[in-house]
Design a protein around this ligand. Structure first.
Ligand code: KE4
Length: 429
């Protein structure tokens, strides 16, 4: 694969952009390679500036559920752009997208648009603290909720000890208000509420983790959190930035039958344009300005182009619910093919999948939390990643991310991907 143009583009980018990228994971550091610079994409395919074609399983990290350059989305953006790109004033498309979300996700009475998943979760945390008058929040190890200070926190030294900053620049005094618990650990959550319950403003969780690789919630784990947050009057925040409108028509809350107080959204609801959102019970959401005392704002929140793109994508999904059956079929087909490839090569893998999001871990263990995810052999992942890329398969450049399928991935795309997996699994042995 000739990638010389990408190589020089990366050198050029590094002259003007820190690390040459606008988001760290894109730098391909986790796989020890230079990143590919992308020229264009259509359907399930992505093309780098050297003209190489790949089957894309990053899908812009989730938004491209219907594939790249999906024409209803492109047309909607094109039409909106002709009426200016931003007003900084209310427009009907904001109401239309909000209505679509509220009608599709029953536990959302009202929803506020922002510009990223980070803004959505940051605002939800502030709202929960303002609504309860409490300071403590609980998150789970391995879950990523964007880069706001209260959420860039790693687990404390011992069980039930408060977190410490996982990034430079996060004030340690703030980190102490975040408790980081093991994902799927019922006892840890119960102990935390027994010890701190009256002080806990909120629990935030990825209902299907995608940022330690894909890890499913243990049966009853989300409901246990719902019970405890209700008992102690804490706010239950479910972060559906990745899973929303992906793992079912009404996301993970629909799939698992849970009723959180607040849900955060992103990615798919923007159709590839910058959109985040947080919504939930009216009683809580009305604490947000201009109605209530919790301030939150944004120059480009509800941007007409982003609203048009999100509305086009969500409308198509609502009108074509059979897409979710297709995504499940494709996901199951890919999972079976990868397991067959690993078995044939004698490679130890754990494959976790929920619908159209999947991860391959190179370990004998069942991956059920951050610790078991970290038993994966990341050197083997690098070899697997490079082999797949050389076969024309574009995966997320990190063990701790997910493969994202779209409705545009054809059976022949999947067969080509599985064939590449047979080669990659042999390469790691
Ligand atoms: P953004 O601020 O990146 O739009 O969203 C943050 C976020 C919040 N919650 C969840 C569950 C998320 O997965 C994310 C962002 N996801 C990563 C991919 N694992 C974005 C990729 C990147 O950082 O470049």
């Amino acid at each position: 694969m000739n990638t010389s143009k990408s190589k020089s583009a990366f050198e050029d980018a590094k002259r003007y952009i820190p690390g040459g990228v606008n988001s760290p994971v894109r730098a391909f550091a986790n796989v020890g390679m230079n990143p590919l610079f992308i020229d264009k994409a259509a359907g399930s395919k992505i093309y780098d500036i050297d003209g190489n074609e790949y089957i894309d399983y990053v899908g812009s990290w989730g938004p491209m559920l219907l594939g790249h350059a999906f024409s209803p989305v492109v047309e909607a953006v094109r039409e909106a752009a002709c009426g200016s790109t931003s007003f900084g004033a209310p427009c009907i498309s904001e109401t239309r997208l909000a209505k679509c979300i509220c009608e599709t996700v029953s536990c959302v009475d009202v929803v506020r648009m922002v510009n990223s998943g980070t803004e959505a979760t940051m605002s939800a945390i502030r709202l929960a603290r303002g609504y309860t008058g409490r300071n403590l929040i609980i998150k789970f190890e391995g879950c990523y909720h964007g880069h706001s200070d209260s959420l860039l926190i790693k687990a404390g030294s011992g069980a039930l000890t408060f977190g410490s900053a996982s990034s430079a620049g996060v004030v340690e005094e703030l980190a102490k208000y975040t408790l980081v618990l093991p994902y799927n650990d019922f006892d840890a959550v119960e102990d935390a509420f027994k010890k701190f319950g009256e002080e806990i403003a909120a629990v935030i969780i990825e209902p299907v983790a995608g940022n330690m690789g894909v890890v499913k919630p243990a049966d009853g784990f989300l409901l246990k959190i719902r019970e405890l947050t209700r008992e102690y009057k804490s706010v239950f925040i479910v972060d559906e930035v990745m899973t929303g409108f992906r793992v079912s028509p009404s996301g993970a809350v629909g799939l698992f039958g849970i009723e959180p107080d607040i849900i955060t959204f992103g990615k798919i609801i923007g159709g590839g344009l910058p959109v985040g959102a947080y919504g939930g019970k009216r009683e809580i959401m009305e604490f947000i300005s201009p109605l209530g005392p919790v301030y939150q704002a944004g120059t480009l929140s509800g941007n007409p182009l982003a609203m048009a793109a999100g509305l086009a994508q969500l409308t198509y999904l609502r009108e074509n619910p059979q897409i979710y059956d297709l995504l499940e079929e494709s996901g199951a087909y890919l999972e079976a093919g990868f397991n067959e490839a690993a078995k044939t090569a004698g490679a130890d893998v754990c494959i976790n999948r929920v619908g159209s999001m999947m991860s391959v871990f190179f370990t004998k263990e069942r991956v059920e939390d951050f610790d078991t995810a970290n038993t994966s052999d990341t050197e083997k992942f690098k070899i697997y990643f490079k082999s797949m890329l050389n076969s024309g398969i574009y995966l997320a450049p990190s063990q701790f991310e997910a493969v994202f399928l779209s409705a545009a991935h054809s059976r022949s795309d999947l067969d080509k991907t599985i064939e590449a997996a047979f080669k990659a699994m042999k390469a790691i042995q």
